[in-house]
Ligand binder design. Structure first.
Ligand code: SAM
Length: 249
């Protein structure tokens, strides 16, 4: 299967490198759960291990989730992957102390390429927030397979993300409420440019070749071999996924 290249995802990259990349903090206003989800990802990492572990983060963005992971315990080390420089440069600036202490490094590769460079059975945790839902189905499946390959036996996959409801009518209602929320907040702030970008971005998330439907995704992880697959903390379209690699694989 052909690898998704940087070029394939140009429209999406443009979303993040344009207005959204620079005004990503606005997300906290229009989607407070996005920051809460990073906290939940950090909590899940903390629950998984208290000792020195290696974490690979996919789609570190501006560093909100990265920070939550780093704070989970003071011995873990993180490699944060993001192929959008506008986003990653913000994380590099604000998390420089952790870089200097040797606990944080960055990769500018796309998620699949970064994973393909990692040895099998070598990583304790793969953590992510609000990144995998952006992938096209075929690319996401490859990413899930690579996550399984690089995790150590018993290693953990933790993803706080948009898991679309299997009940399509209910899902549509929730998305409609989400759009209404964008208008309410961003009109008041007179940020119509940001509003336009978020609506365009939402069309990407909701499109048939991207949407990360709950049952289908959990089934895919099961087929790959993941164990203890659990979706928790669902609020609207957002939920926390945890799954582990079998200790026997
Ligand atoms: C919505 S942001 C999430 C950032 C952060 N985890 C958070 O929750 O605030 C998604 C990030 O994933 C990155 N991204 C999207 N596709 C990617 C890919 N194929 N490989 C690596 N990073 C990707 C984007 O550049 C963006 O920074």
């Amino acid at each position: 299967m052909r690898k998704e290249s940087q070029k394939d995802k140009v429209p999406f990259s443009e979303m993040f490198s344009g207005v959204i990349g620079q005004q990503y903090d606005m997300l906290k206003l229009i989607c407070p759960l996005a920051t809460e989800m990073s906290r939940l990802v950090g909590e899940a990492v903390k629950k998984y291990a208290s000792q020195s572990i290696s974490v690979v983060e996919l789609g570190g963005g501006t560093g909100i989730t990265t920070l939550a992971i780093l704070l989970a315990n003071n011995q873990l080390s993180v490699m944060s992957v993001d192929n959008e420089p506008t986003m990653q440069s913000q994380a590099q600036a604000s998390l420089n102390d952790w870089v200097e202490s040797g606990r944080l490094s960055f990769s500018a590769d796309d998620a699949l390429t970064a994973l393909q460079k990692i040895e099998s059975n070598s990583v304790d945790v793969i953590a992510s927030a609000y990144t995998l839902h952006n992938f096209k189905h075929a690319y996401r499946k490859q990413v899930h397979e690579e996550i399984y390959r690089v995790l150590k036996k018993g290693g953990q996959f933790i993803n706080g993300d948009r898991y679309a409801l299997d009940d399509v009518s209910r899902h549509t209602k929730i998305i409609q409420q989400e759009v209404a929320g964008y208008f309410k907040v961003l009109k008041k702030l007179n940020k119509l440019d940001v509003l336009e970008h978020w609506i365009i971005h939402l069309f990407n998330d909701e499109s048939e070749n991207h949407i990360m439907r709950e049952a289908e995704t959990l089934q895919q992880l099961d087929v790959i071999g993941f164990m203890d697959i659990n979706l928790s903390n669902r609020l609207e379209v957002n939920a926390l996924l945890t799954a582990s690699k079998s200790v026997r694989s």
